[in-house]
Write a protein that binds this ligand. Structure first.
Ligand code: HEM
Length: 455
């Protein structure tokens, strides 16, 4: 393979490369590296970083096939991938033929028409959220957006997957799911390897959480197998799909792994995206007022139907701008299955190639005044000249997020119901710090004051 160039190697870290710096401050370090060099950056032997849209496209969408590799094994000291430990072999964590089959089987659940039928369930979860806020609003108190968006995200998944809400105060299943995400995030960057087989208190606690979650999922699947009523939720679609080639459906284990993947992947990224969006709306009252005016015009005081969603166009732009500034999936990891050439440089098979939407989304050569919150960047006119991979919060190529339309629909609904009823105000004295764990999240609680809209 002929290549003309050698990749850019940042100076000053001859043995370990920049990995220690990356571990300490991943977002700052990646941002700095992209400023130093816009093309391929070599982090250490067979480790690379790309940030230009053309290079990101090559890695995510081919033509050379890339695998995801064991995501967190690649970037942390884990001996067992904590994500795989929780999710098993679901769509997010599987590879090769197993992934292909699952993706083919899962696809019918995500057709636009099917997703529209989930709108009432999503409205139900959003309604329960805004009802819950009546008390803090009356008392003039703030809410913790991190916790509240986690709850509504899980509740949405419960209602859309199983037609049953998740997350009441005494809901052991919901608490275990929430805690499992917190622990998986902790394990992700941990310097202590994840020796999952050691009988430590932490591992025992983890096993207990997994047992609670597994039995919760199994119970829901088994109840459904005995139930002859008609359901139009995601579980019923997953149970009814058949492989065109073999005529077989999903095994009980596959169903468990897929439901678990959707519960976790489906609620955590969406919860983080919503949390950042509430924060931005509280910080930018004019944008908040525009969302409210749009919701008022399209919906008045009623909840949205599927037909309303395309008309909530500014609300959707706010969501995109929020995910540009704070992409929940902030790091994507890939590995080429054969030698490749990126940016004119040789990249050997099985290297680790990282891309970071947080960095590409803020590159000054792609985005004017990149740190500024400006939802109108996403109008059709202002988007036409932008390269496809200048913005990729849902990844890209064959492994692009299967739940992207689901997530956008859910976020539009939740935001519409929130601004219909409440004003959001930021709380001085509560600085927001970023934590780049498995997803990009606020480091601590994110306090937002909610007060009822004037009648
Ligand atoms: C704002 C919300 C969301 C964001 C930002 C997001 C982001 C992503 C990204 C970036 C990937 C690709 C990861 C990679 O290439 O390594 C992905 C994959 C995936 N997401 Fe999402 N996601 C969101 C919501 C959802 C929802 C609501 C669901 C389910 C209903 C979902 C299910 C999945 C699944 C199953 C995969 C694996 C797809 C495959 O590999 O074939 N996601 N997501």
């Amino acid at each position: 393979m002929t290549t003309e160039r050698t990749p850019y190697v940042p100076k000053g870290f001859p043995f370990v490369g920049v990995l220690l710096r990356l571990r300490r401050d991943p977002l700052g370090t990646f941002t700095q590296l992209a400023r130093e060099h816009s093309g391929l950056v070599q982090l250490r032997k067979n480790w690379f970083f790309v940030s230009s849209p053309a290079d990101v496209q090559r890695v995510l969408a081919g033509p050379v096939p890339y695998t995801k590799g064991a995501f967190s094994k690649a970037v942390s000291s884990n001996t067992v991938d904590p994500l795989q430990e929780a999710l098993g072999e679901g769509l997010l964590t599987s590879e090769g033929d197993a992934w292909k089959r699952q993706r083919r089987l899962s696809q019918p659940a995500y057709h636009k028409q099917r997703l529209r039928t989930l709108v009432p369930a999503m409205v139900g979860a959003a309604q329960s959220l805004v009802d819950r806020w009546a008390v803090p609003a009356q008392r003039g108190e703030s809410i913790d957006a991190v916790e509240e968006m986690r709850r509504v995200g899980l509740d949405t998944m419960g209602r859309t997957l199983f037609s049953v809400p998740i997350g009441g105060d005494a809901d052991e299943f919901g608490s275990a799911l929430g805690e499992s995400v917190v622990i998986t995030n902790e394990k992700f960057w941990s310097l202590i390897p994840n020796f999952a087989w050691l009988p430590t208190a932490r591992n025992r606690h983890w096993r207990k959480l997994m047992d609670t979650i597994n039995s919760g999922v199994h119970q829901r699947i088994q109840q459904r197998q005995k139930d002859s009523s008609e359901y139009s939720d995601m579980l019923s679609i997953y149970m009814s799909v058949r492989d065109e080639q073999t005529g077989e459906g999903m095994s009980e284990k596959q169903l468990r792994d897929e439901m678990m993947t959707l519960l976790i992947a489906g609620h955590d990224s969406t919860a983080q995206a919503l949390c950042w969006t509430l924060h931005l709306l509280a910080e930018y009252p004019e944008a908040q007022q525009r969302v409210r005016a749009e919701v008022k015009e399209v919906l008045g005081d009623r909840p949205p139907t599927a037909e309303d969603l395309p008309r909530l166009a500014y609300t959707l732009r706010v969501i995109h701008e929020s995910m540009r500034l704070y992409p929940p999936a902030w790091l994507l990891v890939r590995s080429p299955t054969q030698d490749d050439v990126i940016d004119g440089c040789h990249v050997p098979a099985r290297s680790v190639v990282l891309s970071c939407p947080f960095v590409t989304h803020r590159r000054p050569d792609l985005w004017e005044d990149p740190d500024r919150f400006d939802p109108d960047r996403f109008t059709a006119e202002r988007s036409t000249s932008r390269p496809r991979y200048a913005y990729f919060p849902f990844g890209g190529g064959g492994r692009q997020c299967i739940g992207n339309t689901f997530a956008l629909q859910e976020m539009q609904i939740i935001l519409a119901l929130v601004v219909q009823r409440y004003q959001l105000t930021s709380m001085p004295g509560h600085p927001v710090e970023l934590q780049a764990a498995l997803t990009l999240r606020p480091k601590n609680a994110l306090r937002v004051k909610v007060s009822a809209n004037a009648a």
